[in-house]
Design a protein around this ligand. Structure first.
Ligand SMILES: Cc1ncc(COP(=O)(O)O)c(C=O)c1O
Length: 162
């Protein structure tokens, strides 16, 4: 099947690079490929490019550059957020999420229930809206709420039953 015959519905997960992105990235994939976290001179251009990307992204999102953390992908991001939120708020051991999250969210949450964390999995209607309103206060006062805005692979996946 030729590429122009494909109707690709998974752009939320992986998508074709915009030519402008390729153009911007190419020098760092071919010429200035030094590790931006390193102190040697060869890394300087890569580091400056990452700093600039962070500033641009922060301006786009309306946050501080220091609040932008680049990761290798979705699974790493989800794990980092879930685990670091619990680590930095030791009193908070209650996570609220939905039952139809990506497995990269559900699995770490399931794992946390085995480690004494309380996790509430809210059901959703056919449009993905949460069914139950969250009543406050929860038995424990600090918690983290999490809900995906968009899912690319929802079709055919079963909702997780805790
Ligand atoms: C919400 C969510 N989390 C995690 C992932 C997994 O991402 P990755 O393959 O980059 O680890 C996906 C993939 O589509 C996702 O939609």
């Amino acid at each position: 099947m030729a590429n122009d015959e494909i109707i690709y519905l998974d752009n939320n997960a992986t998508t074709q690079l915009d030519p402008a992105v390729i153009e911007e990235m190419l020098p760092f994939l071919t010429k200035y490929y030094g590790n931006p976290s390193s102190g040697y001179a060869f890394a300087t251009k890569a580091r400056k490019a990452v700093d600039l990307a962070r500033e641009r992204l922060a301006a786009l999102l309306g946050c501080e550059p220091s609040e932008i953390v680049f990761t290798s992908g979705g699974t790493e991001s989800n794990n980092a957020v879930i685990n670091s939120a619990l680590q930095f708020e030791p009193r908070g051991n209650h996570i609220v999420t939905s039952a139809v999250e990506h497995s990269a969210v559900l699995r770490p949450c399931q794992d946390l229930t085995k480690r004494g964390c309380e996790v509430t999995f809210l059901g959703v209607d056919r449009h993905g809206n949460v069914l139950r309103s969250i009543s406050f206060p929860f038995p424990r006062t600090n918690f983290m709420g999490q809900k995906a805005w968009a899912r690319s692979t929802s079709i055919g996946e079963r909702a997780f039953t805790p």
